[in-house]
Write a protein that binds this ligand. Structure first.
Ligand code: IPT
Length: 954
């Protein structure tokens, strides 16, 4: 005999999207229909399985005795009930669609409410859930409304007939796992809960239900055509344009178009008998023309980013301020586009994109990446039983977001393989909204899509695509190309962004891309600082792969964002310093330069000695102008290193930044630096076990430096090791060499320094060594030659590789220790860190910092903080001058300690400040999910000589 008893929860594993919800429609805030937020504190009970508790909790009068409380919107696992879990693409449960584990954390939520004052008696009402992960069953006042899946999509239920003036109870049972989980395998934390708003909306008689704003722009005539289709007839007014027409009726008038650079919105109203709905109309036309994505007749270049919703304490429950902060940060960093990876965002985010101006690729809540583990067998997108769920998701996205001018491309989802379900989605979307393009990266032949899209393609391939040499289907050959993901911003990096940008700007077909990704999804943790995968004891996890953003979890910009801002700056400033000429090019697609003011400044040895305005004509997009700089200010201190800095800043306050905010800049060197020249060489003397040479004292036996003047130092010696970055380590699936692993295998973190000789000669102390790891015949013969005049001591390091070095070096330079140092001043690249392929934003100047502030707080500690092109630096009473310029790094722990740390809280300052002065650094690349370091940024092991001059600062 066999029987099943759990039929009450069969809906959890049903592939159907749900039951009982109203058809999807536009998301809007009514001007006059009353609504009531049900956000706030809810009663909460967690059960281990979907069926552990019966549904009597939904009955009015249920006591909820002993229940906890949670905040809605929120995830219960971030509120002390269970734990978050992170996997990239692996399903954290056995793959047997549509079945989910018996252990299925289930959160029963209860909200008691009275109708607010002024709520009309009778009439219709709906309750709207903007996002619940992953499956919910809903009751109001004991009556079941239905159930739904589709976590980041809205669901509404009609409730007017059930509402009472007081004592209503909304009951929501949320299951962490459902058939929907198979469709939501995005690379992010698994975070169950009611994580977006819950709202009760009154629906007056004859109120608007759904409407579709069609607002196109004819760039030839300069006219816009507006037609608002509404399933309840009414009138559409746009006072500023004198528009007053019936719904469904088109009207054409002269308008200013909407673009991401010029986000012109017109306020309007859609009025039906029962309701007025505010409209924010942006006129723009998206088209595929001449093989290019054009808006208003002009091809666009995406300077984009992939944005997951993230807050370090609240997960994907974002408040309006955080959404706004994202938009402002993006605008301030010259970004112009967002892919809403990998689900429709909170709808308020799209309002902000309309208002501030960002192109949006709105992506559906769909990813089935885990099926790759079984060769995509049983993939739901290729199984007709799942197609209704896929179409439901497509419709819920398109219907919700269709009135946003910022949305110009619909994306079917991410990493879901291929299949008939995707084709069905694309067909439905094309049919419903012919005025936008359809994207899906997995459609490699572009059968269903309007743009050829790839992720992490290497530079050389992107170049071939740009030149049209990539082949592929005939349809694909005629389509424009975007990188929907590139520049993996995990840890230190991404490197190579400038090299991509050069390609994008050189080939029309390449319409830019979207860096992966916006923010590190670190979770604020009392002991670890920010937690990542594995920190909650997950059985399966992908570590810190979840921390790969351009901003840290607390939204502080990482150097990657500063670099990206510089790389994509929409104004190009080039020129000839000695000739005093600048060429300014407007690299915007739409905006002229009238919003910007230009200014010059002139630096001598990094110090600004003059500054003034620079008059640049209000160039149209694509135009350039040559501008003459003034006579350089007189340099009263004789010959020094000089350069112009030219900056483009906002001429006026904008909604996203204040007047004076820097948009673009360049430096034009004029005269070269004068290299340090030593005075007459002194002779080393030996005395009581010490060799003395000018201000320096050395151990006579080992030749190790002991002190310079009154400063004790831990002797400098050759250092080639850096704590591997995530990009050094690369991703397991990368077929190219992963240098981080190879370096460790070779033992570059444990080189031994053999002393071969100490010679105190006539005018130098020479120390010969051989630096090599155990078990290897690879070595670096290293000679330290010390010379000094009365006050300065010069170290010249000569390095000669021995053996067959096929591997580039992590770094090449010296490391020494200072007993104490806090404030640092340097003349060189700054203010932030830079590496060979991440240094675009490093500008030469005189910079000041504390040692602690030189550290870049990558969530998983790794090499960071180098300053490029440093001429000299002062810290701890010591001045170091480089010949040639060097990379400067200082920290209160060693590279070995940095390497051993898993979290920032593992880094405990010791008694020594460790200083690296590097002649070379290996580039960074993007191999944690993309190309490695391009050959020209690799640090080859080859003979090298470099010097540093040390003196006391006095
Ligand atoms: C790509 C995913 O689309 C994205 O969600 C994220 O996981 C990213 O990688 C890496 O951080 S998929 C790529 C690994 C093929």
């Amino acid at each position: 005999m066999s029987f099943r008893t759990t039929t009450a929860v069969d809906y959890v594993e049903d592939v159907a999207p749900g039951r009982g919800a109203l058809p999807p429609r536009a998301w809007y805030a009514s001007s006059d229909a009353i609504s009531h937020s049900l956000n706030g504190t809810w009663r909460f009970r967690l059960s281990p399985t979907a069926d552990a508790e019966d549904d009597s909790f939904a009955e009015p009068g249920h006591e909820a005795a002993g229940w906890a409380e949670v905040t809605v919107p929120g995830h219960w696992v971030l509120q002390g009930h269970g734990s978050p879990a992170y996997t990239n693409h692996l399903y954290p449960f056995p793959v047997d669609p549509p079945h989910v584990p018996t252990g299925n954390p289930t959160g029963d939520h209860l909200r008691h409410f009275d109708l607010p004052a002024g709520w009309p008696a009778g009439g219709e009402a709906v309750v709207r859930f903007d996002g619940v992960e992953s499956c919910a069953r809903v009751w109001l006042n004991g009556t079941e409304l239905g159930e739904f899946k589709g976590s980041r999509l809205p669901h509404e239920f009609a409730v007017g007939h059930l509402l009472k003036p007081a004592g209503n109870v909304l009951a929501v049972r949320v299951h962490q796992w459902s058939s929907g989980s198979y469709l939501e395998d995005q690379d992010q934390w698994w975070l169950p809960g009611i994580f977006r708003d819950v709202t009760l909306l009154h629906r007056p008689a004859d109120s608007v239900r759904d409407f579709f704003v069609h607002a196109s722009y004819d760039h030839v005539s300069g006219e816009g055509t507006l037609r608002v289709d509404s399933d309840v007839a009414g009138r559409v007014t746009v006072p500023e344009l004198d528009i007053d027409v019936a719904t469904g009726e088109p009207v054409t008038v002269a308008v200013e178009p909407w673009t991401a650079e010029t986000p012109r919105l017109y306020d309007g109203v859609l009025a039906t008998g029962g309701e007025r709905v505010p409209l924010r109309v942006g006129f723009r036309t998206v088209a595929l023309e001449d093989g290019l994505i054009k808006v208003n007749g002009t091809p666009v270049l995406f300077r984009g980013v992939n944005r997951h919703e993230w807050h370090p304490e609240r997960g994907r429950a974002l408040d309006p301020e955080t959404m706004r902060e994202d938009v402002l940060l993006m605008k301030r960093h010259n970004l112009n586009a967002v892919r809403t990876s990998h689900y429709p965002p909170h709808p308020a985010f799209l309002d902000l994109c309309d208002e501030y101006g960002l192109w949006v690729v709105d992506e559906c809540d769909l990813e089935t990446h885990g099926f790759v583990e079984q060769g995509w067998r049983d993939n739901p997108v290729d199984d007709d039983r799942w197609t209704p769920a896929l179409l439901d998701r497509a419709a819920r996205m398109v219907e919700r977001d269709k009135n946003h001018p910022s949305v110009i491309i619909w994306s079917l989802g991410n990493e879901a393989g291929t299949g008939r379900g995707l084709t069905a989605m694309a067909e439905w979307i094309h049919g419903r909204d012919g005025a936008r393009l359809v994207h899906y990266e997995g459609d490699i032949g572009c059968r269903d899509t309007d743009v050829y899209s790839r992720m992490y393609a290497f530079h050389d391939e992107v170049e071939r695509i740009g030149r049209g040499l990539d082949g592929g289907t005939r349809k694909r050959r005629e389509l424009p190309f975007i990188l929907c993901e590139y520049g993996h911003a995990m840890g230190n990096g991404p490197g190579g962004l400038a090299d991509y940008q050069r390609l994008f700007e050189a080939h029309d077909r390449l319409q830019g891309g979207f860096v992966w990704e916006w923010i590190d999804h670190g979770i604020k943790h009392p002991r670890l600082g920010f937690a990542y995968g594995g920190d909650f004891g997950e059985e399966l996890h992908d570590g810190n792969f979840v921390c790969d953003g351009l901003v840290f979890p607390d939204r502080r910009p990482s150097p990657g964002l500063i670099e990206y801002k510089k790389v994509v700056e929409p104004v190009r400033i080039e020129g000839d310093g000695p000739a005093g000429t600048v060429r300014v090019t407007n690299a915007h697609d739409f905006a002229d330069l009238s919003t910007l003011a230009f200014e010059w400044s002139y630096q001598v040895d990094g110090e600004t000695v003059g500054t003034g305005p620079l008059s640049v004509p209000p160039l149209m997009p694509g135009e350039s102008a040559d501008v003459k700089l003034p006579e350089p200010p007189e340099d009263r201190r004789g010959r020094g290193e000089t350069r112009w800095t030219v900056r483009a800043v906002l001429a006026r306050d904008t909604g996203w930044a204040e007047r004076g905010h820097e948009v673009a800049w360049a430096q034009l060197p004029v005269t070269e630096r004068v290299l340090p020249t030593p005075g007459a060489a002194l002779r080393p003397t030996v005395d009581a076990g010490l060799v003395r040479l000018g201000p320096a004292a050395f151990d006579a036996r080992t030749g190790a430096l002991r002190s310079i003047g009154g400063i004790d130092v831990t002797a400098p010696r050759l250092d080639v090791w850096r704590a591997p970055t995530d990009n050094d380590n690369g991703a397991p699936w990368q077929s190219d060499v992963r240098y981080g692993l190879l370096w460790r295998k070779l033992g570059l973190h444990r080189t031994q320094h053999r002393l071969d000789g100490v010679e105190a000669g006539d005018e130098a102390l020479t120390v010969r060594t051989r630096v090599a790891p155990a078990a290897s015949d690879l070595a670096l013969r290293t000679v330290y030659r010390w010379t000094a005049d009365g006050t300065r001591v010069r170290l010249t390091v000569s390095v000669t590789p021995e053996g067959d070095w096929k591997v580039p070096l992590p770094r090449l330079g010296i490391r020494f220790g200072l007993p104490s140092a806090d404030r640092v001043t340097w003349f060189g690249g700054g203010p932030g860190e830079a590496y060979p392929d991440t240094g675009s934003a490093s500008r030469v100047g005189r910079w000041h910092s504390r040692v602690d502030d030189l550290q870049t707080p990558y969530v998983r500690p790794q090499e960071n903080g180098a300053r490029a092109d440093v001429r000299w630096a002062e810290l701890g009473g010591l001045r170091v001058e480089g010949d040639p310029e060097f990379w400067f790094t200082a920290r209160r722990w060693t590279s070995e300690q940095l390497d051993a740390a898993d979290h920032l809280t593992d880094l405990i300052p010791g008694g020594t400040v460790w200083v690296n002065l590097d002649h070379g650094q290996m580039g960074i690349g993007s191999q944690s999910c993309g190309p490695g370091v391009l050959p020209r940024y690799r640090l080859r092991a080859r003979p090298a000589t470099f010097s540093f001059v040390f003196s006391e600062t006095g």
